[in-house]
Unconditional design. Structure first.
Length: 169
C-alpha cells in the first residue's frame, strides 16, 4: 500500500487478533532481520526494489506461516539486485527456517536457492524431473556458480527442459 509506511505495510496481516505491543515488536524484529531496521517510517517509493521485496517478505512472514509461497518474487528486478535478493532470501531462510516454495523460471536461481528443484513442463503442467540439491550452505554468487555440482545440475535441468518442451536453445 503506497500510502502506508513500511512498518504499517508489514503490520497489515496482524491487525486482527494481535495486541499492538506484540505485533509491533514482532514486525520490528522481522524488519531488523531483513536489513530494514531504521526504514520503518519510510514509504515504499522511498526504497529500492530489493528493499520493497524484503518488506513484502516481512509482511508475508508476520503471521508466522508454516510455508511461504513465492511466485516469481524477483522477476521484475535487475540482475544484480536479483542476485542480492537471492542471497538475502537464503539469509532469511537461515534465520527463520521456514519452508519456502519458490516458483521461478531461472534455473540458476532454483539451484542456488533450493534444497530440491522440481521441474515442470509447460501446459499441461507435469513433473519432468525432481532434483535434490546438496550444495553446501551458505551459498554465495562469488563461489557457488563455479562449483562442479552446481554446473552439473544446471546443465542437467536445462537439458531436461529442452527435451521436455521440444525446443532447442
Amino acid at each position: 500500500m503506497p500510502w502506508l509506511t513500511i512498518l504499517e505495510n508489514a503490520l497489515l496481516p496482524l491487525r486482527i487478533g494481535w495486541r499492538q505491543a506484540e505485533r509491533d515488536g514482532k514486525v520490528r524484529e522481522l524488519l531488523a532481520k531483513t536489513g530494514l531496521g531504521g526504514f520503518e517510517d519510510k514509504y515504499p517509493y522511498e526504497l529500492s526494489g530489493g528493499m520493497q521485496q524484503r518488506a513484502a517478505i516481512c509482511r508475508a512472514l508476520a503471521r508466522d506461516p508454516k510455508v511461504l509461497l513465492m511466485d516469481e518474487p524477483f522477476g521484475a528486478l535487475d540482475a544484480l539486485t536479483r542476485e542480492r535478493m537471492n542471497v538475502e532470501l537464503q539469509d532469511i531462510w537461515q534465520a527463520t527456517r521456514k519452508t519456502i516454495l519458490l516458483i521461478t523460471h531461472s534455473i540458476a536461481e532454483s539451484v542456488f536457492l533450493g534444497d530440491r528443484v522440481v521441474v515442470m513442463s509447460p501446459r499441461p503442467g507435469r513433473v519432468l524431473g525432481d532434483f535434490p540439491i546438496a550444495l553446501p550452505r551458505p551459498r554465495r554468487f562469488d563461489t557457488t556458480p563455479g562449483d562442479p555440482e552446481y554446473l552439473r545440475l544446471t546443465r542437467e535441468i536445462r537439458s531436461l527442459l529442452d527435451r521436455g518442451t521440444g525446443e532447442t536453445p
